[in-house]
Design a binder for this molecule. Sequence first.
Ligand code: ACO
Length: 333
Amino acid sequence: MTEIKTKILGTGIYLPKKVVTNLDLEKVIDTSDQWIFERTGIRARRICSTEGGEWPTDMAMHASWKALETARLQPNDIDMIIFASVTPDQKLPNSASLLQQKLGITNNCACMDIAVACSGFVYGVNMANSFIKTGMAKNVLVVGSEMLSREVDWNDRTICILFGDGCGVGIVGRSEEGDESQILSTHLGSDGSGKEFFNQPVGGAVEPITETHIKEGTHFMRMKGKEMFKVATRTLADNAKIVLERAGMTLDQVDWVVPHQANIRIIETTANLIGISMDKVIVNIENYGNTSAATVPIAFHEAIESGKIKRGDVVILDAFGAGLTFGATLLRY
Ligand code: ACO
């Protein structure tokens, strides 16, 4: 039996219309554009409307139309949806099923949500790769869509400056005989011992949100910034080395690295640890901040649209997130 190969057939993004700059934040919290930019590389972020039309599944719907168009597929060609988000529209049903409806998919395709934080898109792509290789699915829609503006404490200057909202999607499908574009190797993992570095313990089954939490603001996301910084750089660098090793390839064969966009200093330190020039690293954190599961697909899509990443280029998608989850995909686009 010939081995089934996979590739990215199309990508798409949606960015909320509202732009909030560091200068806007200066007006409401004790911070400055200079402090934020110097430490994070962020100048602005997008924030979803709370009036409707920009919920995570709405963003995913718009981004998916674009990806379907690029992939030259119809909605019913999708036979699995993997929706990565820590900010789903609602608890039940899952966002993937809500998106299936919004896209008008009527084939009862498998729909699952994955909560892997910032590694979500890379997890989704690698899972899609496996489902397709085993013949369980043909065209998998992988979504990273987040409305983090709902989950950050806008009074906490140490955290609210970092995050933003947005969505990116990719469709993973078969790479036909003779097509050079393909996923070359994958890597996924998690280190649960880092669970205290970035978490949101309130609001789950163990500790439901009470009035006291709301009064004290203890139901929001919490992060130990310095600890995250250290572990992120090491993990991202290891991810890249592992996928290269697995594919039997070397760094000089890599055209682009698309890292999770958490902080420009994390990205620069990682590039240094990997030993790759920043000229080959895709960075867009300045405009959007950290959009968790959406950073990698947004950066990937923008780099394709701008003509930086071309068909045939070798690319590493590289991510880490709360958990501490991590993963990478090495692919020839
Ligand atoms: N504006 C102005 N001053 C601030 C702000 C702010 N927004 N936030 C903190 N400060 C102050 C602090 O109060 C502190 O003041 P003090 O010295 O008087 O006590 C001073 O700035 C330095 O604070 P630090 O926390 O030491 O600042 P640091 O240089 O470590 O930068 C940052 C903080 C940017 C969060 C950094 O730790 C970082 O980038 N960490 C990684 C965070 C990250 O991106 N994690 C990934 C997210 S999780 C994920 O994506 C999976």
